[in-house]
Design a binder for this molecule. Sequence first.
Ligand code: 3HC
Length: 286
Amino acid sequence: MDRLLVVGAGTMGSQIAMVCALAGHDTTVTDVTDDALDRARAQLQARLDRDVAKERRTRDDVDAAFDRLTFTTDLDAAAAGADLVIEAAVEKLDVKREVFARLDKAAPPQTILTTNSSAIMSSQIADATGRPDRVANMHFFNPALVMRCVEVVGSDDTSPETMETVTALARRLGKEPVVLHKEIPGFVANRILGAVRDEAISLLEQGVSSVKDIDTACRTALGHPMGPFELMDLTGIDIGYHAKLARHAVTGDPRDLPSRTVTELVERGDLGRKTGKGFYSYEDER
Ligand code: 3HC
């Protein structure tokens, strides 16, 4: 399990790839454009330089990790050399099914194919491949370089060996694996987070309190490291939006649809920190 491939160089994919490289794995990260890869490389460089400056990591460790990291737009060639794939592309079922079908063709038969999604379960994707026993969810949290939890979830078709391999890999990456015994959308952590987030948005839409004050209550009354609105800005408002749509596609329950507030932000392109504006403005940081 030495050669890892991460598909998607967005916020999650790029940091997951760096986690793998820091743990000593030869890791390839792919995206559809060179621009996306250049952005990912620059963001990782800035983040890791900061860690070195703050003496959290040594320059040698960081340089060695970058040496183990390959950036490419050639998904098929990258898949051909991978022992395990972590897909972190956009949260859209049709895109994921297409990516998995392509990975299935290009990767060696023993390669395990995982998705970082929590909204889209591996049972929805596995039949796009000829190896459903080697498909699972390996779900990291944002920021992936920092958060220690990785949820490991299989479908009825996922083999115990695949679950064991993915769990052991999570441990080797320095993470704390949480194994689910049932495949449910959202898994454990996002279910709990979703309940907090929905209540926060409902309080905002009812005019009960402001974005800032609701966040303050979560931090200062409940001890959360950041409030739900700050967190949505960090993870990307579009991620939660697409996760809700995916959930709604499965359940048909109108309560699973994205809220009015989140839909408006997504339609305006205000997706959080990555676009410079979400519930808060980050123009100064940019
Ligand atoms: N990327 C990488 N590292 C980051 C980071 C980021 N975006 N933001 C912060 N860090 C690291 C840095 O090392 C930073 O130190 P530095 O700024 O001196 O370099 C260090 O964390 C501390 O950061 P801060 O002092 O800015 O702030 P905090 O002490 O509050 O820590 C936090 C930041 C770790 C993000 C913390 O606020 C936290 O744990 N927040 C909650 C995050 C959370 O709930 N994540 C789960 C989201 S749900 C999810 O991911 C589901 C998925 O399906 C999308």
